[in-house]
Design a protein around this ligand. Sequence first.
Ligand code: FES
Length: 115
Amino acid sequence: MDGEVTFWPAGKTVKVRRGTTLLDAARRANVPIRTRCGGKAACFMCKVSVRPGSELAPIADNESRKLSGLDGDNYRLSCQARVAGKVEVDVPLDPLRAAVARQLARQAEESDDLW
Ligand code: FES
């Protein structure tokens, strides 16, 4: 094992072989990443943000085309990005969970306003 991936906000770290995709590393770490296309770079649902300094294999043309317009935001498709060393990944919240969290925060603010 010569690669190590840490997934945030879960804070889970897994050791993997070089060349492992971030999606496979996430599965090994038991970190859920949504997919629909089964890792064929077609659904765009597995998009994650990679922290600066992370060691990944160079981006392939196919993935680069998919991510055009998001350049400079450190986004990668987890099904295509391959580990080349130490990597830190921010996994976006599931949209449903994010909506529930926003609603709960709004309700908490409203109940604070009553006092
Ligand atoms: S799993 Fe569909 S684009 Fe990565």
